[in-house]
Ligand binder design. Structure first.
Ligand code: NDP
Length: 245
């Protein structure tokens, strides 16, 4: 685990978009980023969850966030173009993008892979992230320096039996990061992945129903890597696959 200790104002004046900000790791990252001075844009599927995170941030006295309700499964390229325009109008540019939202889908033997579920997982975990990034890159290039973080998994670095489309999507995520990081090399935009490792969230409980959640790290405990990659401390880190644990 990274021993990085973020200073209080390390994200001051930065605007950071977090996907899947209503629950789990995304919720914790959004609140941590706000706590360190960032204005966060909370993107997610369930508006009520986003509003709860919004209230938590405002009540704590951190910079007022923004909410973007969007289901990545049904989102179109135009949705992302419109979102980029709105962010440009309100904030001028975007300093950070944490691609955190993803879906686990059904785990099981390869022969049981269902085409519709495979398409749905790839849409949310890969296609949506690629097209959103494409739309946001122009306003990220306007930032003094910008950080894009994709969220990977252990099964996106080494294949594991029965992890099906989720694992394929995480390998694709690593590939997307490498392609974009190489294109951005030497520019003001840096691109990396984080593998959070086993973390106490709903997704983990769904994947390992028999596991005692108390044996797992909390989302809060894995935040140093998330803070490091968003802060200017990581300005020279590009194309890296990091582990949060
Ligand atoms: P959770 O399932 O707890 O939270 C996922 C978040 O993503 C939720 O806020 C959810 O919104 C949102 N989301 C899911 N689908 C969509 C969609 N179609 N459109 C918009 N938002 C969506 O997951 P975790 O916090 O555990 O995982 C976060 C990331 O970390 C994921 O990329 C996951 O693959 C990765 N990861 C997690 C590990 C772990 O042990 N927890 C281990 C390795 C990787 P809503 O609540 O509204 O459905």
């Amino acid at each position: 685990m990274l021993e990085y200790q973020a200073v209080k104002d390390s994200l001051n004046n930065k605007t950071i978009l977090v996907t899947g900000a209503g629950a789990g790791i995304g919720r914790t990252a959004a609140i941590e980023y706000a706590k360190h001075g960032a204005t966060v844009i909370l993107l997610g599927k369930t508006v009520k969850k986003l509003e709860t995170v919004y209230d938590e941030i405002v009540n704590a006295g951190y910079p007022t966030p923004a909410i973007v309700p969007l289901d990545l499964k049904g989102a179109t390229e135009q949705n992302y173009i419109d979102m980029a325009e709105t962010i440009a109008e309100q904030f001028g540019h975007l300093d950070g993008l944490l691609h955190n939202a993803s879906e686990l889908g059904a785990l099981g033997p390869f022969e049981h892979i269902d085409l519709a579920s495979l398409d749905a997982i790839m849409k949310v975990n890969v296609t949506a992230q690629a097209i959103m990034t494409k739309a946001l890159l122009p306003i990220m290039r306007k930032a003094p320096c910008a950080s894009i973080i994709f969220t990977s998994s252990s099964v996106g670095r080494k294949g594991r039996a029965y992890w099906g489309p989720y694992a394929f999507s995480k390998f694709a995520t690593e590939g997307m990061m490498q392609v974009l990081a190489d294109e951005c090399d030497g520019t003001s935009v840096r691109v990396n992945t984080i593998n959070p490792g086993a973390t106490r969230t709903e997704m983990r409980a769904k994947a390992y129903p028999g596991e005692d959640p108390q044996t797992l790290k909390t989302a809060q405990q894995i935040m140093p890597t998330y803070l490091f990659l968003m802060s200017d401390e990581s300005i020279n880190t590009n194309g890296q696959a990091l582990n949060a644990q």
